[in-house]
Ligand binder design. Structure first.
Ligand code: GLN
Ligand code: ZN
Length: 757
């Protein structure tokens, strides 16, 4: 039995790629130096996989920024506005990733979207009628050869043509699928070239196959692959899927001339049934994703052996693999020097998952049932009861009744009460919460954490920053102010630290987009609030201004979705536990005089099942969890929420049903089509569609913001429109932030005039 890895983390064990790229952006290192660091990261990934005797080690899974962007670049899908800058190849690539503002021009980045149900984000390729698809770079070939030179014949990985076209945005007048022919030619050329360099297996990633597929989707998928596979020559093509099951196209996949099919048996719980009922072609290799690429718990070998033994009855050659790319888990437990062994022994990061793969292979290959059983029993020790239960939390959850999820009076009445209490102008301006986190602030937090700075000094420092931030916002002229979130390293970890039941890692970084990484905390036990979380900072900020001060919290679904969750109780149960803890904080903020409270649900959509028919099982607890947080506040307290994307047209009723008073969301990177959906659905929650993109250092002009706002006013009733950036400002520099916000406030003022307010 062989083992395979779909993809490996690439940001560097110590986030070397992040730091190097950022240096490159600041012109502190050259392209060659960046390349050298990238190469080291790739080689060490090969090395560790080789050490664990992985048979199918991926190459070209590495990316300087994002895999979809790489594929666009590879296929010459480079919009004219980036070409026109006349930059080097690398800088054109980064301009697509981050936008460009300088002597040569001023262009926005490509849109960025969530990668399926993960916290990873991909760059959305843009096709237009002038796009000339052809091979533009040699990256897959270079990386294959690089590994070969180091003695490893890898399995090159490329995002497949169906997923590429499906996720790309098309702005032309023809049909997106008219590119199929060029796509086919390009993939055939890539395959040929790789084979001529010595590749045997080539992995084409087609995660879009786990989404709902229409008949026309199926038709496009089949016709694309029929043509590619007819011309594949000696190559062995692995069709790799992940993040779910392939219930809509299982038969079609089996009928095509793929040499291997990769299925996810962790999230794709229906895959095993498909194989059992429909069989599996004997002439194909099954790549069975049994090691969870998304969570950090040790594999449950009992389950895995069960799956394997079921598969063995039906399938021919079977390869053990990861359920998806290991990109979504941290590198290695070896760097967790502080976490006690009794926790650590339950964990497996990417590197440990490699040893799980090789351990599983050894024992399965031994074919000795007694040994296998003994082995399973030993590893089951790691599944021992590990959670300190908290009966009080459990009792509270079971005592909840319907009325705990309902806020009264109902929305329309509250809206009136709040309008007269808050006395805000038309088109009120605000921000999403965080202000630029300077090096000084990061340093202060770090030295406080290390114990080098006393609590007293630290508090004084943060309060100074809050005061400066409040002063700045007053000067800029914003209407609803924030304290700036300087006390937070992260919108989840910070709250986790104030909750019982959470544990924290030191180095469990996971890439979120480009150079940005997150370090999800771990839900270990039953959750309850250990102490007040934000009241001290928010009420201090509130005391400094006459304007409304927004209290800032992270919502239960986001806290859970951005943590590594427990697998021994349901997500619903964990979400309600967190909701009760955040509810206590909401009520304390209200008591301390905060009249506007924002409960961020940046990640509400993250674990939304990819298929429509599976969604209610998630929304049926996620929306109530949010409602539970705010149902106890007074009518005049205004509840805001924020989401980091605008893709909610398919769950728009549910979003409205969260029963917040105001929702801010990302709208600047994607087109404003969400506005039509809001209108059509009579969305009643007030809305702040972000008027500029904070993921890029580019400063939006006043005119540009006004243009967006005018578009918004044409679709949204002016009384319901808020004006704000599309997310928190913590990753931005101070100067660009001040400029941008000034333009934002000016734009809102002029728009008020235009609307006679
Ligand atoms: N309040 C948070 C901030 O401004 C929200 C961040 C987010 O949505 N990712 O940083
Ligand atoms: Zn956001």
């Amino acid at each position: 039995m062989k083992t395979s890895v779909i993809g490996y983390p690439r940001i560097g064990v110590q986030r070397e790629l992040k730091f190097a790229s950022e240096k490159y952006f600041r012109n502190e290192i050259t392209a060659d130096e960046l390349d050298r660091i990238a190469k080291q990261i790739r080689l060490s990934a090969f090395e560790v996989q080789k050490k664990n005797s992985i048979d199918f080690i991926p190459s070209n899974d590495f990316s300087l920024y994002d895999g979809m962007l790489d594929t666009a670049f590879l296929l010459n899908v480079i919009p004219e506005r980036y070409r026109a800058l006349n930059l080097s190849g690398l800088d054109t690539y980064f301009a697509m990733a981050r936008g460009y503002q300088g002597e040569l021009g001023d262009v926005k980045a490509l849109a960025m979207k969530k990668w399926f149900n993960t916290n990873y984000h991909y760059m959305v390729p843009e096709l237009d009628d002038d796009t000339n698809i052809r091979i533009n770079t040699d990256k897959p070939f270079k990386l294959f050869l690089e590994a070969l030179e180091n003695g490893i014949k890898t399995k090159p990985v490329i995002i497949g043509g169906y997923t590429f076209l499906k996720l790309a945005k098309y702005t032309g007048n023809k049909d997106k699928w008219s590119f199929s022919e060029k796509i086919t030619d390009s993939y055939v050329e890539i395959i040929d070239k790789l084979v001529s360099l010595g590749a045997e297996w080539i992995q084409l990633d087609e995660p879009c196959l786990v989404n709902d597929m229409t008949e026309s989707d199926k038709k496009h998928f089949i016709s694309l692959y029929k043509k590619i596979l007819e011309r594949k020559g000696n190559a062995k093509i692995l069709l790799q899927t992940y993040f779910g099951d392939v219930r809509d196209c299982y038969g079609e996949i089996c009928g095509l001339d793929f040499d291997g099919i990769g299925l996810d048996f962790v999230e794709g719980t229906k895959n095993i049934g498909l194989i059992a009922t429909k069989g599996f072609p004997k002439n194909k290799t099954l790549f069975a994703g049994v090691i969870n690429g998304k969570n950090i718990w040790k594999n449950n070998y009992r389950c895995t052996f069960d799956i394997i033994s079921k598969l063995k009855k039906v399938c021919g050659e079977t390869v053990l693999g990861t359920s998806c790319s290991l990109l979504h888990v941290p590198y290695t437990l070896r760097n967790e020097t502080k976490l006690p062994e009794n926790y650590k022994k339950h964990f497996a990061y990417a590197e440990e998952k490699l040893s799980e793969l090789s351990e599983l292979r050894t024992i399965i290959s031994s074919g000795n049932p007694e040994k296998t059983n003994e082995f399973i029993n030993n590893t089951l020790l790691f599944r021992e009861r590990r959670v300190e239960e908290d009966d009080r939390v459990k009792e509270k959850i079971s005592a909840l009744s319907d009325k705990d999820f309902v806020r009264l009076p109902e929305f329309a009445e509250r809206e009136k009460i709040q309008k007269s209490a808050l006395k805000l102008p038309l088109f009120p301006t605000t921000t999403i919460g965080s202000f630029p986190q300077t090096e000084e602030i990061r340093q202060a937090r770090a030295s406080y954490r290390r114990g080098d700075m006393t609590e007293e000094k630290y508090e004084k420092f943060i309060k100074e920053k809050i005061a400066q931030c409040v002063e700045l916002q007053e000067k800029i002229g914003l209407d609803v102010l924030v304290h700036g979130e300087f006390e937070r390293n992260d919108m989840v970890e910070y709250f986790g630290q104030c909750l019982n039941g959470y544990i924290f890692t030191e180095k469990a970084w996971v890439q979120s987009y480009g150079t940005r990484c997150v370090k999800p905390p771990v839900v270990w036990g039953d959750i309850s609030r250990a102490r007040p979380m934000t009241v001290k900072w928010s009420s201090y900020a509130c005391s400094l201004t006459e304007k409304p001060m927004k209290g800032m919290l992270t919502g239960p679904v986001t806290i859970l979705n951005w943590s590594f969750p427990r697998e021994d109780i349901s997500l619903r149960e964990s979400a309600f536990q967190i909701a009760l803890a955040i509810r206590e904080e909401v009520l304390d903020l209200e008591k301390s005089g905060i009249s506007v409270i924002q409960v961020d649900e940046a990640a509400l959509r993250e674990k939304l099942p990819l298929r429509k028919s599976d969604r209610s099982s998630y929304l049926d607890w996620a929306i109530p969890a949010f409602r539970l947080v705010h149902s106890g506040v007074k009518p005049e307290t205004q509840i805001h929420t924020h989401m980091c994307y605008s893709e909610f047209s398919d769950i728009i009723k549910e979003i409205d049903n969260m029963d917040a008073d105001v929702i801010t969301f990302e709208a600047s990177r994607s087109d404003l089509s969400i506005l039509d959906d809001l209108k059509e659905n009579h969305f009643r929650t007030e809305v702040g569609p972000g008027v500029y993109d904070i993921h890029s250092p580019r400063i939006p002009s006043k005119e540009e913001i006004k243009t967006s706002l005018r578009k918004m006013v044409s679709k949204i009733s002016p009384e319901k429109l808020w004006v704000n950036p599309d997310c928190g400002l913590k990753t931005r520099g101070t100067d660009e932030t001040v400029h941008s916000l000034k333009n934002l406030v000016e734009a809102a003022k002029e728009l008020r005039k235009e609307n006679n307010a």
